[in-house]
Ligand binder design. Structure first.
Ligand SMILES: C[S@@+](CC[C@H](N)C(=O)[O-])C[C@H]1O[C@@H](n2cnc3c(N)ncnc32)[C@H](O)[C@@H]1O
Length: 186
């Protein structure tokens, strides 16, 4: 069967992230992707996880404690400031974004095109060869279309000699279904 959006996003990272690697969850939210990355890189690896909402950081922290994960650096700040938190020579093996708002929370607090693109630009400079930035684009909410358009515009203009960019989307689903954009350093 065709993979759903989240399983497809995770598979892209499973196929390219090695044990012991450094990864980034740019939008930790309820911590599901942070936990996924934490288990993927193992005890010798590291995950930097960002969120601007205290509630998201607390929920992620509790989930990681419950699962006995100790390789995550949780950062209560915007992913647009990634450069301030990661050592300058860091090489990243994978990163994930889940755009939109925190489920069952304030729908006014959303990711935005300008800060999302700033974060992607910072990550592109730190990305190892063959590594991927996987972006799950939710865009049905207010403000979602603007961000979707900006991210697609930015990603589609990346130099094909340096990056491969794909979009994975169910095109026969109703109500603005989410899709995946993945950027791979060549
Ligand atoms: C769709 S949710 C993420 C869901 C999460 N990946 C999970 O597994 O539960 C989007 C999250 O992005 C966060 N966010 C919005 N703008 C942000 C920014 N500039 N930097 C970091 N996080 C941000 C929101 O607070 C929200 O928790």
């Amino acid at each position: 069967m065709l993979k759903g959006i989240i399983p497809f996003a995770h598979q892209l990272l499973k196929d390219s992230v090695e044990k012991g690697a450094v990864t980034v969850d740019a939008t930790s939210g309820n911590g599901n992707d942070t936990l996924f990355l934490s288990e993927l890189v193992g005890e010798a690896g590291k995950v930097y996880a960002f969120d601007i909402q205290k509630q998201a950081i607390e929920t992620t922290k509790a989930l990681l404690e419950e699962k006995n994960c100790h390789n995550v650096h949780l950062i209560h700040d915007s992913h647009s400031k990634i450069k301030q938190y990661l050592p300058s020579n860091t090489e990243i093996s994978g990163a994930i974004f889940n755009l939109g708002y925190l489920p069952r929370s304030d729908k006014q607090i959303i990711t935005k095109g300008d800060t999302t693109i700033q974060a992607i630009e910072s990550l592109l400079k730190m990305l190892k060869k063959g590594a991927r930035i996987v972006i799950v684009v939710y865009h049905g909410h207010e403000g979602g279309k603007e961000e979707k358009d900006e991210v697609l515009q930015f990603a589609s203009e990346l130099d094909q000699k340096s990056f491969g960019v794909i979009q994975y989307q169910f095109i026969n689903q109703r109500n603005n279904p989410p899709f995946v954009v993945a950027i791979e350093r060549r």
